[in-house]
Design a protein around this ligand. Structure first.
Ligand code: C2E
Ligand code: CA
Ligand code: CA
Ligand code: CA
Length: 287
């Protein structure tokens, strides 16, 4: 038992220090990778559940590292945030997404998809150039602001008056804001009312196991209760909803029964390179 305790102690320290060392090392790598053009964007469709039509798209960043292979954003986004590199990285993702979406709309027409957008970290919202960057990118790419939806987490939104003022400026420009991972943070009615959101994204954790239904586990029933509460609240506030992380048809069916019209998840479509999304739009629009 004593040895085990010691091992845990060592591991504890490793766990505390490694991320810091890791961030610093990864930080240098990130800078290099950014300059070398190793990052790219993949696109996950947002689907109208009743028809299977693509109505929107979430942009997700990927890193093709020369020796480590494809690195997950879960690994490098925290390091990018910690080192501040999320600012140039986020700018790259935003520019790429807007450029690509403008090209899709030009090729397939204005109804091919409604909205597209990246995830935005709170660190980016604190950057004094953020609003100018967004304006410049829209200008350069010709994408109308109304086509852009920025995904933000509740923790970002809760960061005080300066961030809130930036969010209101974005809203005034016509950009839509989506509250990501909804239900996992300190979601509250007052937050939703203070924040100029247009969309809430029901977190995957409430979709997992939701299909087990009323007669299933207490856990599944609790998730359903949250899913139901979220859509009722969104409806009352005039917000759209997207259910995230749908992995089977039973989940899609259950969510529709609860009133969800839009969804995202591996069962509907995985994140894909731009070329594959282009083919998907071509099939859908018959161009
Ligand atoms: P998120 O914003 O909640 O994005 C959804 C994540 O769930 C994505 O993981 C997506 O690939 C994954 N996903 C989608 N459908 C399913 C499903 O049916 N089942 C499961 N198990 N997963 C599904 P990904 O691409 O690995 O991104 C992870 C997180 O990294 C994102 O979570 C987001 O918080 C962050 N992230 C990704 N790209 C960016 C970016 O460009 N900027 C910032 N700031 N964060 C990003
Ligand atoms: Ca997201
Ligand atoms: Ca999410
Ligand atoms: Ca998430």
């Amino acid at each position: 038992a004593k040895q085990r305790g010691k091992a845990n102690y060592v591991r504890y320290h490793g766990g505390m220090e490694l991320p810091v060392v890791g961030h610093a090392r990864l930080g240098g790598e990130l800078r290099r990778g950014l300059d070398a053009g190793e990052f790219f964007v993949v696109y996950q469709p947002i689907i109208e559940l009743a028809t299977g039509r693509v109505v929107g798209v979430e942009a997700l960043v990927r890193w093709q590292h020369p020796t480590r292979g494809l690195v997950s954003p879960a690994e490098f986004i925290p390091a990018a945030e910690g080192t501040g590199l999320i600012v140039p990285l986020g700018r790259f993702v935003m520019r790429e997404t807007c450029r690509q979406t403008a090209a899709w709309l030009a090729e397939f027409g204005p109804d091919a998809l409604h909205k597209a957008g990246p995830n935005v970290s709170v660190r980016q919202l604190h950057d004094p150039d953020f609003l100018d960057d967004v304006r410049r990118i829209l200008d350069e790419t010709g994408l109308p602001a109304e086509r852009v939806v920025l995904e933000l987490t509740e923790s970002a939104v809760l960061r005080g008056p300066q961030v809130l003022s930036t969010l209101h400026r974005l809203h005034e420009m016509g950009i839509r804001l989506a509250l990501d991972d909804f239900g996992t943070g300190e979601s509250s009615l007052s937050l939703l009312r203070a924040f100029p959101a247009s969309i809430v994204k029901l977190d995957k954790s409430f979709v997992d196991g939701i299909e087990i239904g009323q007669e299933g586990t207490a856990e599944a029933a609790a998730r359903q209760a949250v899913a139901r509460a979220v859509i009722q609240m969104a409806g009352a506030l005039g917000l759209d909803t997207v259910a995230e992380g749908i992995e089977n048809q039973e989940q899609a069916d259950r969510l529709q029964t609860l009133g969800y019209t839009l969804g995202q998840g591996y069962h509907l479509a995985r994140p894909m390179p731009a070329e594959d999304f282009t083919r998907l739009l071509a099939r859908q629009t018959g161009v």
